[in-house]
Design a binder for this molecule. Structure first.
Ligand code: FAD
Length: 623
């Protein structure tokens, strides 16, 4: 690999923060580049390089897991009505629901990262005086129907009306240029690099004829895409559903549909659910409308659930659900940012110095890892809970009348040693799926416009999906509207080792997490430059010239899922699983003055699951 050709030696914005280059300046921003530059250390959204679970955020928790203890913490003398451990969407929602029930309550949120929001993280780039936003993790409200009444109430109260989404979304930017979806086949898996633009155009036959795939694989894929065969003909609806739920999509393709390894490799995907086709059921595939499921006749079964099909039920902001996190924080602690609508929040700079203000009834304390939570006295009769956290290498103690653990279920047994042994066992069974969302700031998207690409699926490449950020314009924020303007390209990867395919999914996730924490930024950068250069070369893309900044958001503890020990797969239809296969229900049982939130508590990877867990926790504490 010749690094120089990829531009590895060129300065980009990564370990530090920002670089400017000559582009047209447009849009009026609530704050300016010069301020971003000076404020980067105090304003984490502008930090680039390795983000997500950044260095400094997890070391104390890992030391705690390995048995470290912090004796004699300094007592801050603070007493709160509620202390929340974890400032992700669940912890923030817990604070919000608590304040909804007790408007005068004093709340402290302790978060081990340098920013709040958990996965719902804002990545903010600057090019001259132009702000370019993307989401570091949580992207959107995928389907409002999945939010329960309490979740909808929260969204509405902070100012979100999903029906307004079409107002923000300028479909003409990519639509008028006919930018569409594509598939990139890499030479390592398919013999030569090939970018296939325009799904199935002009026909599947001509589409596949352009690929390096063998004649046999082409015929199998053409048949799969063109026909709406019912591959389970003869089975009753209920039997079909039972079969699809028990069978991985990979096995369904191989054994039921009868296609070979090469065609399966073309269809391979792993980032949608953070699992490969070996660990996702054919039932989920049918819900997603993946190839080979159209003729099964089971669509009715998904009527109330999985597929978002009405635009007004979907909503997205330029920094993803970080807008939700920011709206909640501003509602809790109005001193952190001016304004009071969703329109004025996106371009607004938060005053991080005001997050933990003694003048506020709700405080967010960052860089603070909680290492111990215990009742003062017998959990059945204690009046409060002591919470110990480590900040800058020193241990401190605060007290709360109540405490919500909105961190990760698997870490709770280490934090809260007084929990019953059975509950600790249930908590330990939660394994979150690792994911990487990388934001690459491009100085322009001319090459993609020339090639007609806004999204690419890249089976078996290092990054599996590549997508231009959606053109969303809100308040003072303006997305790139022409190819010569800067834009963020999002690249996603599920770190799953092909050697472990077919193993229980939790083992694959654990291995992926280890890979994530040992992969250097330089490796990510090299992979990004190499892949983009190979994909878009024919459009004139030059990795060394066109990449202006990179932020790698690694999420070792990403999606919260239920997983089924019988099939080794991600579990689905959680409500129908018996309690012995739903350990998260026993795990979230309140204990004295302590309740457990976070998305593990509902085994639901989505924001609505995080909200529901928060609401359940607060209900258990305040009724
Ligand atoms: C890459 C990615 C993309 C996603 N996209 C979507 C999407 O588009 N739509 C959607 O609805 N959902 C999406 N999700 C899921 C959604 O983000 C989650 O459901 C939700 O944000 C989880 O919130 P949480 O508070 O439970 O967990 P987290 O976001 O993980 O927050 C928990 C917080 O607790 C902190 N913490 C842990 N231990 C401690 C400790 N000891 N002391 C202090 N703090 C601690 C963690 O650092 C973290 O910040 C996505 C998730 C990921 C990873």
């Amino acid at each position: 690999m010749k690094h120089r050709n990829l531009g590895m030696s060129r300065p980009i914005t990564r370990r530090d923060f920002i670089s400017g280059f000559a582009v047209a300046i447009s849009g009026s921003m609530a704050w300016r580049w010069s301020e971003a530059r000076t404020a980067s250390s105090a304003y984490p959204p502008v930090l680039t390089g390795m983000r997500g679970s950044h260095e400094g955020s997890f070391e104390v928790a890992h030391a705690m897991r390995n048995g470290a203890q912090w004796e004699d913490p300094e007592d801050t003398g603070e007493q709160y009505d509620l202390v929340v451990v974890g400032g992700g969407l669940s912890g923030l929602a817990a604070a919000w629901y608590f304040r909804e029930a007790k408007p005068e309550a004093r709340v402290l949120i302790l978060e081990n990262h340098d920013d709040f929001g958990g996965h719902a993280k804002r990545n903010e780039f600057w090019v001259g005086d132009r702000m370019v936003l993307s989401h570091g993790g949580t992207e959107n409200i995928q389907d409002l129907r999945r939010y329960d009444a309490a979740g909808r109430r929260l969204l509405k109260s902070i100012g979100i009306d999903v029906a307004r989404y079409p107002e923000f979304h300028d479909t003409s930017v990519y639509g008028s240029r006919n930018l569409g979806t594509s598939v990139f086949l890499c030479k390592e898996s398919f013999g030569r690099d090939h970018l296939l633009v325009g799904d199935g155009k002009p026909s599947w036959r001509e589409y596949f004829a352009r690929t390096p795939l063998s004649e046999t694989a082409q015929q199998q894929l053409i048949a799969l895409h063109e026909s709406d065969t019912d591959y389970l003909k003869g089975l009753a609806q209920k039997e079909k559903i039972g079969f699809l739920q028990k069978t991985s999509y990979e096995r369904y393709l191989q054994e039921t549909v009868g296609i070979g390894e090469e065609a399966v490799a073309y269809l391979w995907r792993s980032t949608t659910w953070a699992t490969g086709l070996d660990s996702i059921s054919a039932w989920v595939a049918a819900g997603e409308g993946w190839p080979g499921t159209a003729g099964l006749g089971v669509d009715d079964a998904f009527e109330t659930g999985a597929v978002p099909n009405e635009e007004s039920l979907f909503c997205q902001f330029p920094d993803g659900n970080a807008t939700i996190a920011r709206l909640i924080v501003r509602a809790l602690a109005p001193g952190v940012a001016p304004g009071n609508t969703v329109d004025d929040i996106v371009a607004t700079r938060f005053d991080y110095g005001a997050l933990d203000s003694a003048n506020s009834r709700a405080r967010v304390r960052l860089n603070s890892t909680v290492v111990n939570v215990s009742h003062r006295g017998d959990p059945n009769s204690a009046n409060d809970v002591e919470v110990t956290y480590v900040l800058d290498g020193r241990a401190f103690r605060v007290r709360g009348d109540r405490c919500v653990l909105a961190c990760y279920n698997a870490s709770i047994p280490y934090i809260c040693g007084e929990l019953p042994a059975e509950q600790k066992k249930s908590l330990s069974q939660a394994v979150r799926a690792p994911l990487i969302y990388t934001n690459v700031l491009l100085s322009n998207w001319n090459a993609l416009a020339r090639l007609g690409v806004r999204y690419a699926r890249c089976p078996n490449s290092y990054f599996e999906t590549i997508r231009l950020t959606d053109p969303l314009n809100i308040g003072g924020y303006r997305h790139s509207s022409a190819p010569d303007q800067p834009v963020v390209l999002r690249m996603s990867r599920a770190p799953l080792d092909p050697e472990l395919r077919g193993q229980p999914i939790v083992d694959q996730w654990r291995a992926g997490r280890a890979e994530l924490l040992t992969t250097t930024f330089e490796t990510f950068e090299m992979k990004i430059r190499d892949q983009l250069g190979r994909m878009f070369r024919d459009g004139g893309f030059d990795s060394s010239r066109d990449i202006a900044a990179i932020t790698v958001n690694r999420w070792p503890h990403g999606y919260a899922f239920g997983h089924d020990p019988d099939t080794g797969q991600v579990a689905y239809m959680l409500d129908e699983l018996p309690p012995e296969r739903s350990p998260w229900i026993a795990a979230r049982k309140p204990f004295g003055r302590i309740a457990i939130a976070n998305s593990d508590a509902t085994a639901d990877a989505m924001t609505e699951g995080a909200f529901r867990a928060a609401h359940l926790a607060i209900e258990s504490l305040v009724g």
